[in-house]
Design a protein around this ligand. Sequence first.
Ligand code: SAM
Length: 354
Amino acid sequence: MTERELIEKLDREHGLSEAEYAELIDGRDEGAAELLASLASEKRKAVFGNSIYTRGLIEISSICKNNCLYCGIRRDNRQAERYRLSKEEILSCADEGYGLGFRTFVLQGGEDAFFTDEVLCDIVSELKKKHPDCAVTLSMGERSHESYKALHDAGADRYLLRHETADPEHYAMLHPAEMSFDNRMRCLKDLKEIGYQVGCGFMVGSPGQTSATLAKDLTFIKEFKPDMCGIGPFIPHRNTPFKDETAGTLELTLFLLSVLRLTLPEVLLPATTALGTIHPQGREKGILAGANVVMPNLSPVGVRKKYELYDNKICTGEESAQCRGCLEARMKAVGCTLAVDRGDSPASLKARSL
Ligand code: SAM
């Protein structure tokens, strides 16, 4: 098939075979990217209008027991400054965010043993009690089924856990031997089964990634049908084993955002901070390629630089209100407005009304 035929098939059938996804990626050029982006943008507007969902990100801990080779807060990075927010600090970030119009709070952090089920359930239920009209999303890594269930019972609505790669060998290149592809997949399956709205995703341009591994990612995502899919460029961090690797490109990230929008028209697709880091207008371009979510930072300014997953991360010096204002202007520039609501995925709303 020609590149155009592949794109038309993807648009019509919301999916390609694994081999066709790889062919589409390998054969891409500027014309293909433009056609894909315009179809994806139309699809975004048809499903979500010009409204962009926002999630307030609270980075609750930079302490992590894991040693992922790409990540700036990996255990072996002795130069990393570690911090952990208290319950009061987390609640106060959320209060501030509420005043700014956020109705979803994402609590993200390293795998920090301090956040036992008891501690985290208490924070989640307090957050829900104070802001019952808000959704709480957790992004705290791999936990047991029992733990995910307890957190869901405490009121957590959503969970973000990027699968990182759908290829087991590639997974082993990105992670130390003590981490396993099978456990990552088990976690995602558990989360879905428990009833969370689930987000998976991967870094674009991670070391060892090929069109074949990306085709596996797209096939996995098509089958798994997440509510959200977070993709952003891999960016090297100076104190990691991947410090000399090349960053993922804007071009491939935008291309894949469009492919994902056409594959799962209703999926929530964030224009990530990493995308904004590799290009000054990265997030705006992400929206124009089919993304429909932004996740500004609500963490206290004093800790922002310490949650350094990769070099030169943006928005580490601004206050939450500044971040919100800045994003509002950026979205307006591409004809969109920031929504003041929970921003549930259409699929999860349908499931709830059954
Ligand atoms: N510990 C939780 C987990 O593993 O899901 C949440 C925090 S983790 C730091 C969040 C995401 O950051 C990872 O899923 C990974 O894809 C992304 N990330 C880490 N290092 C990165 C890098 N160097 N460049 C881009 N993204 C990175």
